[in-house]
Design a protein around this ligand. Structure first.
Ligand code: PLP
Length: 370
């Protein structure tokens, strides 16, 4: 018996999101080598598309690293942080903490700006901290997937820049789904993933380095994530590693879909579906953890009501409706469900399905809500 899935899971967790049929078909294109002229033309095209989706400034280098979002994180850190770098990291959830750990691993002296899980970072707190403790690098997560909260990255990046620091922004759960403008907001480096709002499979991490970051790169300790070696491959066609043509086809097609829809229209769709989900959940008495103005459109942290077995609900959705939603992490384990509406998974049809599936799961537990 084959272990391969033969029907589509409804992917409404924190990622991956549904992969568009066009992207699946693109991956069935014939394999070419990592140095094939066809691959080179694709890489040039993908660089241009990534620069546009990040809204990168002139003179930036946008490309994709082989690996998932974490490899994007590691690429930005490994090329901007060395022994003794003073790094201030905003930690408002699980992924901010990972970013702080990553900076430490690459030798930085890390100052954490800890924010209560479920709240956004107050820009005034960063200003006060940077006055007292100067930093070379300020790193932050735009869309904190563990809490469903959006950090005010535009304001935070401006403050970091005023204080002479480079900024690193995690855009793993925002790129393609929430407003983000790397160039206009003065962000120096950012990274994302392919499997969330861009609607591809996991396996590549879009990364962008702006002109200041390119100029201030450090000697990279990692061979695989070395920016200069990766430039040699992407720009000068020199072998570095055997990049997967299949994943590049997928990213090319996913970015084509993003551009056909238009970035502004895509953000608006994510916002509308987020609001529709809130309204639908309110109908059965469910609320979200973050307060208004701090909510992600891409990842909804829905509070588990009193008396409901949250793991049993997820199991019911999976077994009965072939539907995945995520559990809470860290201090939010057991307290929230994480419902992702990203890329092709951001759709009114799926919100209706989720509402019905949740009502069924609550009924099984003898709880009719609303
Ligand atoms: C905000 C954020 N950063 C980083 C990551 C790590 O990405 P990956 O699991 O693709 O390595 C994730 C994954 O969900 C994330 O949500």
């Amino acid at each position: 018996m084959s272990l391969l899935p033969d029907n589509d899971r409804v992917l409404l967790g924190p990622g991956p999101s549904l992969t568009a049929p066009r992207v699946m078909r693109a991956m069935a294109s014939p394999t070419v080598s990592h140095l094939d002229p066809i691959m080179m033309a694709l890489l040039d095209d993908v660089r241009g598309r990534l620069g546009r989706v990040f809204r990168a400034a002139e003179g930036s280098f946008a490309f994709a690293v082989s690996g998932t979002g974490t490899s994007g994180m590691e690429t930005t850190v490994a090329n901007l942080v060395k022994d003794g770098t003073r790094a201030t990291v905003i930690v408002s959830g699980y992924f901010g903490d990972r970013l702080a750990q990553m900076c430490e691993r690459y030798g930085a002296t890390v100052t954490r700006l800890d924010v209560e899980w479920g709240r956004a970072c107050d820009p005034a707190a960063l200003r006060t901290l940077l006055k007292a403790t100067p930093a070379d690098v300020v790193a932050m997560v735009h869309a904190e997937t563990s809490t469903g909260v959006v950090n005010p990255v535009k304001e935070l990046a401006a403050i970091a820049r005023e204080h002479g620091a480079l900024t690193i922004v995690d855009a793993v759960t925002s790129l393609g789904g929430m407003p983000l403008d790397i160039g206009a907001w003065g962000i120096d480096a950012a990274y994302s993933c392919t499997q969330k709002c861009l609607g591809g499979p996991a396996g590549l991490a879009p990364v962008v380095f702006g002109p200041r970051a390119l100029a201030q790169r450090v000697k990279c300790r990692s061979f695989y994530f070395d920016l200069t070696l990766l430039e040699d491959y992407w720009l000068r066609r020199k072998y570095h590693h055997t990049m997967s043509s299949t994943l590049v086809y997928a990213l090319y097609e996913a970015l084509s879909i993003v551009e056909e829809e238009g970035l502004d229209a895509r953000w608006a769709r994510h916002e509308q579906n987020h609001l529709a989900l809130l309204a639908s959940m309110a109908g059965i008495g469910l609320t979200v953890l973050p307060r208004e103005g701090e909510r992600l459109w891409t990842l909804n942290a829905i509070r588990v009501p009193e008396g409901i077995d949250e793991a049993a609900v997820r199991k019911h959705l999976l077994d009965t409706f072939n539907m995945e939603i995520g559990a809470g992490l860290g201090p939010l384990a057991g307290k929230i469900w994480r419902v992702g509406l990203m890329g092709a998974s951001s759709s009114p049809r799926l919100i209706l399905l989720l509402r019905g599936a949740l009502e069924s799961a609550f009924a099984v537990q003898g709880k009719a809500l609303g």
